[in-house]
Write a protein that binds this ligand. Structure first.
Ligand code: KIV
Length: 267
């Protein structure tokens, strides 16, 4: 594995070099360390932590202070990957000034190396302000979970010709504003292909098919830790939820039958 520290410009260059970008989420030191050891290019401290870490029903309730805490914890486990912090709901939509202040907190207090926010053309000025202040920004289009109440569910987006046109113009607006990459979530493969061909910055897909320049999944989904729902775009690489239950049940049994601790495990 190439040990070179990954930066935002390197993520952008990977598209030109035809190298796929691997990305996963982490919310704490240990998981970030395991992902970094495994060779991930990008680690996102996602607002998905609201659901898979904190148990909320949506990503909306997580706060700036909570995500800064998670980002700082994750940063201690990362040596090589690019660490990106997700901007929570209403931390960047009110005004570009407010957004810049909050993005700056992720860099200064959270030790993130870039931030991610949801939205296209409407966010272009905000993205530009951040980039001009030296903060790399990752865009997020398609199914943007902070707008779940507007969408009325976690439905596949960009199905109509008009919505694909809007998706492409949003992606171009983000690129022109200076975004270094763009997440595309839950859209048809053909729409993701179109966007990927249209922009020079890499697209990183989740439920967006094989044509994106990279892929991202929520780690707790792909490791089988989050079992509430499993959309078809998730590939399950391990069933750690079951492993944890089984291991802990064995521990309970050992304590009850007094086989733990044994002589070797005692002073
Ligand atoms: O919060 C998150 O984990 C995300 C990814 C799904 C891209 O935004």
């Amino acid at each position: 594995m190439n040990k070179q520290k990954i930066t935002a410009p390197i993520i952008t260059q990977m598209k030109q070099q035809g190298e796929k970008i691997s990305a996963l989420t982490a919310y704490d030191y240990l998981m970030a360390m395991y992902l970094d050891d495994a060779g991930l290019d990008l680690i996102l401290v996602g607002d998905s932590g609201a659901m898979v870490f904190a148990g909320h029903d949506t990503t909306i309730p997580i706060t700036m202070d909570e995500l800064i805490y998670h980002t700082r914890a994750a940063s201690r486990g990362v040596k090589r990957a690019l660490l990106v912090a997700d901007m929570p709901f209403l931390s960047y939509q009110i005004s570009p000034e407010d957004a810049l202040r909050n993005a700056g907190r992720f860099i200064k207090e959270g030790r993130a190396e870039a931030v991610k926010l949801e939205g296209g053309e409407a966010m272009a000025e905000t993205v530009n302000r951040m980039v001009n202040a030296g903060i790399p920004v990752m865009g997020h289009l398609g199914l943007t979970p902070q707008s779940i109440n507007k969408f009325g569910g976690y439905k596949v987006q960009a199905r109509s010709e008009k919505s694909v046109e809007k998706l492409v113009s949003d992606a171009v607006a983000l690129e022109q504003a200076g975004a270094f990459s763009i997440v595309l979530e839950k859209i048809p493969s053909a729409a993701a292909k179109l966007v990927t061909e249209k922009v020079n910055v890499p697209t990183v897909g989740i439920g967006a098919g094989p044509h994106c320049d990279g892929q991202i999944l929520v780690t707790h989904d792909m490791l089988g830790l989050f079992e509430k729902f499993r959309p078809k775009f998730i590939r399950i690489y391990a069933e750690l939820g079951n492993e944890i239950r089984e291991a802990c049940a064995r521990y309970v049994e050992d304590v009850k039958i007094k086989s733990f601790p044994n002589k070797d495990e005692s002073y």
